[in-house]
Design a protein around this ligand. Sequence first.
Ligand code: ADP
Ligand code: MP5
Length: 288
Amino acid sequence: MLTGSLRPAPGTTPARALTIAGSDSGGGAGVQADLRTFQSCGVHGMSALTAVTVQNSVGVSGFHEIPVDTVVGQIEAVVTDIGVDAAKTGMLASAEIIRAVDDTCRRLGVGRGGRVPLVVDPVAASMHGDPLLRDNALDALRELFARATLVTPNLDEVRLLTGIVARDRAGLVDAAKAVHALGPEWVLIKAGHLVDDPDCVDVLRGVDADGEPRLVELPGPRFATPHTHGGGDTLASAITSALARGADVVDAVRFGKRYVVRAVRESYPLGSGIGPVSGFWRLGDAPV
Ligand SMILES: Nc1ncnc2c1ncn2[C@@H]1O[C@H](COP(=O)(O)OP(=O)(O)O)[C@@H](O)[C@H]1O
Ligand SMILES: Cc1ncc(COP(=O)(O)O)c(N)n1
């Protein structure tokens, strides 16, 4: 369990988390969502930018990849000096970047077999349906799963990666089994796209200490709002924050789910399209 204040004691070094992800110019998702979530979960956030998207509330009109050497350089720079307690990936854009991130994480002890937990959010497209991953990059993304402590696909990503079309809660359990077989330690299947379900019950699958498969349901309400942009990034970042603070995977996912429920409940309209989940809900009312 996570205990104690979220606010680090003044003058002490907080837990440190790294996001390896793309920029969302609209500020709702990507690195922008990750860093603000890290902050409000009491963790110092660092970023290795993989791509710059041209994005607003109605969609993504293009993206520019960061050169592979610069992606690797950012990760090395922060891990070797500042250190990292947990890391996550979001938009990785291309097979070249994915393979370089995989190799760099292996060298630096990030992910399975290393000291630092790694959450892989297998971002393939924006919620507007615009691509955020090159067509030929799916094999590399599947290979990266073997390095992940936890992968967090939504149902579109499950379909792309496994061919499974989940239509109900039983389908989520089947999806969790199929994605788990790709090699991550744990998998969290997100239920947001199961729009006919009155609730949003995500499913976590892993292996317990005795080597037996373990299934954990993460119940939550479904709010009637279109404004859920950045929900997946926010969930994965809250989980990564809890891991950075020393929680085990099941507790970290429970924390992340509680966090994202509040964020979706207080999501807001922005622009003429889909608004973001809220990063404001943790702020107090006191004037500065
Ligand atoms: N309308 C909603 N009300 C409450 N929770 C939601 C809603 N939509 C998504 N969620 C939750 O937000 C998180 C992100 O889910 P999802 O939308 O499936 O992922 P993604 O943002 O990657 O597409 C999950 O915990 C999911 O259950
Ligand atoms: C840079 C970047 N990363 C991730 C997402 C996915 O977020 P969503 O599914 O809410 O569109 C995004 N739209 N942009």
